[in-house]
Design a protein around this ligand. Structure first.
Ligand SMILES: [Zn+2]
Length: 269
């Protein structure tokens, strides 16, 4: 490899590193990689953005599919966290999440509420990520009702209407994972859901507290408190603040060596 080839390929690596980070390329980033081919000086050092900890299945102690509700991940794996995102009540935020996942490579589970049109808008970005396994889709009901107030038949009809929306948009069977809206469920609700194959209510033990709009620094305080090993972290694709914080959120995961996983990564398909 002559000097020119080496410089050229090194510049290529620099650009790749930037693309793998979540930070968008800015004009200054592009300028930094545009090294003149004839330059014999030191290669430019670009400051990489926060990086996703690469997926390593060897860090996970895989479990069978749970037989009931889960609130956190089982202990025993090495520094893993499940980042889960609900609702999709703001289409711009949902699409921004989809772009973040695509561009960063982070693994994530989305709990789709099918009445939100945003999922159709984000589907072109998310569908290939679902097919690769980087993204998992789960059921957050169609109407986002308090299931305690619905009959067994209404619960089952709502879950299955949403089930078909998820299958249509993303080509996957979301069973057995569902998240009851507001976390409200009891044994009757769980039994009704199980009757149509949704046997695992997925709750959470950590939250970004962003179902509505909160100040970005507050969201980061929740992230700092809760982005910890074995947690199921609850986020929402509802309000803009999180879309301004992806680099900082990735930085927390990177600093803590936390590997993001989907539910299927831990519990099997
Ligand atoms: Zn919700």
């Amino acid at each position: 490899m002559d000097r020119r080839t080496f410089i050229s390929s090194a510049v290529g690596l620099g650009a790749t590193a930037l693309l793998c980070g979540c930070a968008r390329l800015s004009p200054s980033d592009l300028a930094a990689t545009a090294l003149p081919q004839a330059s014999l000086g030191p290669l430019p050092v670009t400051a990489p953005g926060p990086q996703v900890i690469p997926f390593d299945a060897g860090r996970i102690v895989r479990q069978g599919v749970p037989s009931g509700p889960i609130y956190g991940l089982p202990e025993g794996s090495k520094d893993i966290v499940a980042w889960t995102v609900d609702d999709g009540f703001n289409s711009d935020v949902t699409v921004a999440y989809a772009e973040f996942v695509r561009d960063s490579g982070i693994r994530m589970s989305f709990f789709v509420c099918g009445k939100a049109e945003s999922w159709a808008n984000a589907a072109p970005i998310l569908r290939p990520l679902v097919e690769s396994g980087q993204v998992q889709m789960a059921n957050h009901t169609h109407m986002h009702s308090n299931l305690l107030n619905l009959s067994d038949g209404q619960i089952q009809a709502d879950l299955m209407e949403n089930h078909e929306i998820i299958r249509g948009l993303f080509g996957v069977d979301a069973k057995p994972y569902f998240r009851p809206p507001f976390g409200f469920y009891d044994d009757r609700v769980a039994a009704a859901a199980a009757g149509v194959g949704y046997t695992v209510p997925v709750l959470w033990n950590a939250t970004l507290s962003d179902s509505g709009e909160i100040p970005p620094p507050t969201l980061m305080q929740f992230a700092d408190r809760y982005m910890k090993a074995d947690n199921i972290v609850l986020g929402h694709a509802n309000a803009w603040p999180v879309t301004t914080l992806y680099p900082q959120l990735l930085r927390i995961l990177e600093d803590r060596n936390l590997m993001a996983v989907t539910l299927n990564d831990v519990y099997g398909a």
